[in-house]
Design a protein around this ligand. Structure first.
Ligand code: PLP
Ligand SMILES: N[C@@H](CCOP(=O)(O)O)C(=O)O
Length: 462
């Protein structure tokens, strides 16, 4: 399997080179040259595999250049750190199927891919005798998951930008209390969008990128998206066993369009997904795109689901590549139009194509709290605010026949304040958060300025 850039000027990369390149050198995002196609028989054969075995079966279709035994071992080590034996269990409450993705070390779905990517980086660096400086931006969850994926690893330093005072207190502590010498937390005076822009600008300086051996942990990195494809297949197998369904829907709380894009890839591979429900918070640019063909950037609002307080969704570019029938010239034009005007418009035919794959709904702050409260009242099950956004959209948009799986992307304990507002009490904390406020912390506050971050990197890089 070879990889190419959405912007067409990087081609024929191996999987390993695609992982190391992160952002494509032409400014685009990397994708496989073709999507492996699974027959109904192939899919049936995957249905009841356990998580690591399923991950191997899915990943190996995209990875041509790592020996099977090594890939298996990377997968096994990555999921050994999860606290639930099923890794991503599916639970059922009040007719809603919930895919719990928060049993990893930092209690969010990001661990599923970042435990794997951390081990993969370590493996590739050892093989090449190289070192790496990871640069990433977070709205709250990628940061800690990436830090936990590489903390203490040799030949890797990690620099994570988070928006100062715009992540939840627990999210902040999960990052800043990791004081391993290879971990650098930078609170930027700005938004996540500023952080993501700075990361892409720095990766776009190819001399700087090469000099400091920069690596990407955001969903910029194809390995992130790929590892997330697996749990769509996993959920399908579990729900099919329970309901004998022929099709399924997924409701995905969305910010950077990475998680739902992984679902789109699963659908393209042949998984019988009727529709993907794209659920946004009040930062509703992606909902406006699906419903009205209006992709226009606005100001970021702070919500109870802070990890989705994003305007410019990185992986939207990957989706555009398919919407434009894999014409990289059109993607290049669209990305420069977006950069200069802040908006993109779509034809009726393109909107129809979008509608074949997605439903969308924006969920307000008030509706988020109401959904946490109602669901808890009816079932005793506590949703985190991001998951609540997805559950609300599923309840409103589901067809009442096709089973809908809601992705539970974070543990409610990461968002105590919102949960307290919704149900009048703080969520119970898992053991990993015990006493987190009392631990030693390390973080520096810095302007959201590309040159300032480059200078910081140059001083602290390996
Ligand atoms: C808890 C949580 N839910 C949902 C999302 C949205 O996922 P994506 O950015 O892949 O759309 C994020 C952030 O990415 C998150 O941290
Ligand atoms: N919500 C994310 C934002 C970054 O997204 P990524 O999937 O591209 O890493 C976060 O929690 O940081």
């Amino acid at each position: 399997m070879k990889y190419l850039s959405t912007r067409g000027r990087v081609r024929s990369l191996s999987f390993k080179d695609a992982v190391m390149m992160g952002l494509a050198d032409d400014g685009g995002l990397l994708l496989p040259e073709s999507i492996p196609q699974l027959t109904p028989g192939d899919i049936a054969a995957l249905e009841m595999l356990d998580y690591p075995e399923l991950a191997f079966q899915v990943l190996s279709r995209f990875v041509g250049d790592i020996p099977s035994a090594d890939l298996k071992s990377l997968i096994d080590r990555s999921y050994a750190s999860f606290t639930h034996p099923d890794i991503t269990p599916v639970v059922h409450h009040n007719g809603v199927h919930i895919l719990e993705l928060f049993h990893g070390p930092t209690l969010a779905f990001k661990d599923v891919a970042l435990q794997f990517l951390g081990n993969l980086f370590e493996y590739l660096l050892a093989e090449r005798g190289e070192k790496m400086n990871i640069l990433g931006a977070t709205s709250g969850d990628t940061g800690s998951a990436a830090i936990y994926g590489v903390r203490g690893k040799e030949n890797i330093n990690i620099f994570i930008l988070h928006p100062h005072r715009k992540v939840s207190p627990i999210q902040e502590l999960q990052m800043t209390t990791v004081t391993d010498p290879n971990v650098f937390n930078l609170a930027i005076r700005g938004t996540f969008d500023d952080g993501q822009r700075i990361v892409k600008e720095i990766f776009g300086d190819l001399d700087f990128k090469a000099k400091y051996a920069l690596g990407a942990v955001n969903s910029i990195n194809w390995a992130r998206v790929l590892a997330q494809v697996v749990y769509y297949f996993y959920a399908w197998g579990r729900v099919r066993k329970k309901t004998d369904c022929r099709e399924i829907c997924f409701s995905v709380p969305t910010g950077n369009f990475g998680d739902i894009f992984a679902g789109f890839i699963a659908k393209k591979m042949g998984l019988p997904i009727r529709r993907l429900i794209l659920a946004t918070n009040e930062n509703n640019i992606l909902t406006r795109f699906v419903r009205q063909g209006d992709y226009s950037i606005g100001a970021v609002s702070q919500t109870y689901s802070p990890s989705m307080d994003i305007q410019l969704a990185s992986n939207f570019e990957r989706y555009l590549f398919y919407l434009y029938d894999e014409q990289s010239g059109r993607v290049r034009d669209a990305m420069s139009e977006l950069a200069s005007t802040g908006r993109l418009a779509f034809t009726a035919a393109e909107r129809e194509k979008v509608a074949q794959n997605f439903f969308a709904q924006a969920v307000s702050n008030a509706e988020t709290l109401e959904t946490i409260r109602d669901f808890h009242g009816k079932t005793g099950y506590l949703l985190d605010p991001h998951t609540a956004v997805g559950v609300r959209a599923a309840l409103d948009l589901g067809d009442g026949q096709t089973p809908t799986v809601c992705l539970a992307t974070a543990h409610p304990a990461k968002f105590g304040e919102a949960v307290q507002l919704a149900i009048g009490q703080e969520p119970t904390r898992p053991a990993s958060l015990a006493g987190i406020e009392d631990r030693e912390k390390r973080c520096e506050t810095i302007d959201a300025d590309t040159t300032a971050i480059k200078n910081y990197l140059a001083t602290h890089a390996l």
